[in-house]
Design a protein around this ligand. Structure first.
Ligand code: SIN
Length: 274
């Protein structure tokens, strides 16, 4: 998992052949890192849009001032107001797994890098699924998990591991409710099976008693996020990172609030409901 691509300038139009190569690399390696770019927000948006339709984040107070498709991830405050979302998910999750049509690729573009911390962690859910024993695969292959916005494992409103709360109007606008997704998903392009969002928004399993469902989800999450399935991205200024939400879980790492970290984030949607 994880491939670094060089020799490409994303400020210039990316031709179709080059883009097809990037897409193939994403499907093979799940996470791409393209370092040292110099991008205006509109150029970043143009590149991200090649992966799918960008979907503005439900936390609309942190949208980029010009481009709502861009979420500002930042712990910087100006005039005592945050200029972005300080922690974009400091727990294992897959983006937009709480929506009926979840995320395809997410892209980050790093603007300010903290002196320490601020890495993003990824866990390979396709490899973890492949390593499960046959009995477990047979048990989980046809299950559907229940999802709801939030971090199942930390609902404490003062914890930095809690998902950022949604206001009532944001919940209504985005039709936030319990929805279901396959627990094991076939990748929409490659068809490869992977565990899907076993951590984060998954709060139960259709037709299964809650205690049994949570035990199973926790067991799968513990298995699939072991260090041997993990990959860590350390940012330099101008790095673009792209990940495939159908194949990985990811987690931000906590950053000291006084150590500035700012990235632009764009998330594109799947073409259809899984
Ligand atoms: C995210 O969870 O989408 C952001 C990851 C990060 O801030 O490192």
């Amino acid at each position: 998992m994880g491939a670094e691509i060089d020799g490409i300038d994303l400020a210039k139009p990316v031709d179709d052949t080059t883009f097809a190569g990037l897409r193939d690399a994403l499907h093979r390696h799940h996470v791409l890192i393209i370092r040292g770019q110099r991008l205006e927000a509109d150029k970043f948006l143009a590149f991200a849009s090649r992966f799918g339709r960008p979907e503005p984040h439900v936390l609309d107070q942190y949208h980029h001032p010009v481009w709502p498709e861009i979420l500002m991830l930042s712990n910087v405050r100006r005039d005592d107001q945050p200029i972005g979302l300080a922690d974009g998910g400091t727990y294992w999750h897959s983006d937009y797994s709480y929506l009926e049509v979840p995320a395809r690729a997410t892209l980050l573009y790093s603007i300010t890098v903290p002196k320490s911390g601020g890495d993003t962690l990824f866990a390979d859910q396709a490899r973890a699924y492949a390593d499960l024993d046959d009995a477990t695969k047979a048990r989980i292959d046809d299950l559907r998990a229940l999802h709801l916005y939030g971090n199942r494992d930390d609902l404490d409103p003062v914890s930095r591991l809690q998902a950022h709360p949604l206001a009532a109007d944001q919940q209504a606008r985005n039709a936030i409710r319990v929805i279901t997704h396959p627990l094991v998903r076939r990748h929409p392009v490659t068809g490869r099976k992977a565990l899907y969002a076993v951590s984060g928004t998954s709060i139960g399993i259709e037709g299964m008693d809650d205690a049994e469902a949570l035990d199973l989800l926790r067991e799968l999450a513990a298995f699939s996020t072991q260090p041997r399935y993990q990959f860590r991205v350390k940012y330099g200024i101008g790095d673009v990172v792209v990940w495939d939400n159908a194949s990985v879980l990811h987690s931000a790492t906590l950053t000291d609030p006084g150590d500035a970290r700012t990235l632009l984030r764009i998330t594109t949607k799947e073409a259809a409901r899984p």
